[in-house]
Design a protein around this ligand. Structure first.
Ligand SMILES: Cc1cc2nc3c(=O)[nH]c(=O)nc-3n(C[C@H](O)[C@H](O)[C@H](O)COP(=O)(O)OP(=O)(O)OC[C@H]3O[C@@H](n4cnc5c(N)ncnc54)[C@H](O)[C@@H]3O)c2cc1C
Length: 368
């Protein structure tokens, strides 16, 4: 029922704008409005804070179905979870009430600020500093590649509080867009997910109350990594949705397109490609849903499974979208058809929330 509801909504309100959002590289406001109106913009927020209280599997299904229509738009529910999960996992009750309530209502979005210009895969090498000053912390630094920066009201920011301790000297904070000293860089000009704003976040002597720290001092990196264990599954879901969208489009196309006097769907070479695409998608789906169940239960092998789901599903998305372009021939290579957009959008799923090389490091360290 949830899938049907999200699919109908996405087909009616999100899909019609997907090409323009990509072409004009503009924020998918129509998608945000539709998601908020239907309480699908941050479904993971627990009911006690006014949220829909969706479990990890339901959240994955929402993201998958939105991504099937428009990958950029799927970053609304996905990054709302990524940005806010550190607070839900490690924040005080007061922080949860303060920040989850507006998020659930659709009054504010949440971003996640871990990466920096010189700290990507090696996130613990970050330089952003938070220095204690009485009842406050003062933050200085640059966060890079921040999804929904400028649109979000709230930012979970990881910063160094003790430079002698590397990852154990990093703490997490909630920073608000309206805090003095917060500003944003120009939107990045990207290959895909062009509707999702990616900008730098500048922190210039941002003075925030000490109670905005998420958890204890020095626990921020652990919280950030624990968050990714859960949210990599949402990237798997995004990849899955993009791949499904490409397969569904190609499936329809091959029945219409005629060459040699018959639909190209009649050729076994084409049928085998579609069969492989569907098989890979289904394998990715099973891995993703199983990982979502593990996320919900907090199973001990979640780290491996979340990395495996993200890595596998994103590789599948890249392969399947590339094959979809192939099945449309020259037409697939143009912007008159959606599959080239899906191919460009798929690429990012192999890169963010840890590249697929990093996922393999994570899996190798946590072999089942
Ligand atoms: C569109 C977009 C949105 C993003 N959104 C966010 C966000 O909201 N919040 C956030 O914090 N970050 C975000 N990121 C950042 C993203 O997570 C990083 O780009 C990613 O982790 C890779 O870091 P890097 O770009 O610095 O690449 P690098 O770490 O410089 O990696 C370059 C290459 O080296 C490889 N490599 C690095 N180390 C190793 C190793 N030990 N072994 C093998 N290979 C290795 C990588 O796999 C990659 O192929 C986003 C990025 C993009 C492009």
């Amino acid at each position: 029922m949830l899938r049907d509801a999200v699919r109908s909504l996405a087909e009616a309100k999100i899909s019609p704008h997907a090409a323009a959002v990509d072409e004009e590289a503009r924020f998918p406001q129509e998608a945000l409005d539709a998601l908020v109106a239907n309480d699908l913009h941050a479904v993971h927020v627990p009911e006690q804070y006014g949220g829909a209280g969706a479990d990890a599997l339901a959240t994955v299904i929402v993201i998958e179905e939105v991504a099937r229509a428009c990958a950029s738009s799927s970053l609304i529910p996905a990054v709302n979870k990524l940005g806010s999960l550190p607070v839900l996992l490690s924040g005080s009750e007061d922080l949860k009430k303060r920040y989850m309530t507006p998020l659930a209502k659709g009054d504010a979005m949440f971003s996640y600020c871990l990466s920096e210009p010189d700290a990507g895969s090696d996130a613990a090498g970050m330089k952003t500093k938070a220095v204690r000053d009485g009842d406050h912390y003062v933050l200085n630094g640059v966060k890079r590649w921040i999804t929904n920066a400028g649109v979000s009201e709230y930012y979970t920011v990881m910063a160094v509080t003790d430079p002698t301790k590397r990852s154990k000297g990093i703490s997490a904070f909630v920073v608000e867009k309206s805090d003095e000293g917060v500003s944003f860089g120009a939107p990045e000009k990207k290959l895909g997910i062009k509707g999702s704003p990616t900008r730098e976040v500048y922190l210039d002597n941002v003075r925030i109350p000490a109670d905005r720290m998420i958890g204890e001092e020095g626990t921020g990196f652990a919280t950030a990594m624990k968050t990714l264990d859960h949210t990599r599954i949402t990237i798997a879901a995004q990849a899955l949705g993009i791949a499904q969208g490409a397969l569904d489009y190609a499936k329809g196309y091959v029945q219409e397109r005629k060459q040699f006097g018959k639909p190209i769907a009649d050729f076994q070479g084409v049928q085998f490609m579609l069969a492989d695409m569907a098989m890979k998608i289904e394998a990715a789906r099973q891995l993703t849903y199983a990982a979502a169940a593990k996320s919900e239960r907090g199973d001990s092998d979640l780290t491996f499974q979340g990395a495996a789901a993200k890595c596998f599903a994103s590789d599948v998305a890249m392969e399947v979208t590339t094959d979809a372009v192939q099945l449309l021939g020259g037409y697939g290579y143009t912007r008159d058809y959606p599959v080239e957009r899906m191919m460009r959008d798929a690429k990012i799923t192999q890169i963010y929330e840890g590249t697929n090389q990093v996922q393999r490091i994570v899996m190798a360290r946590n072999l089942p």
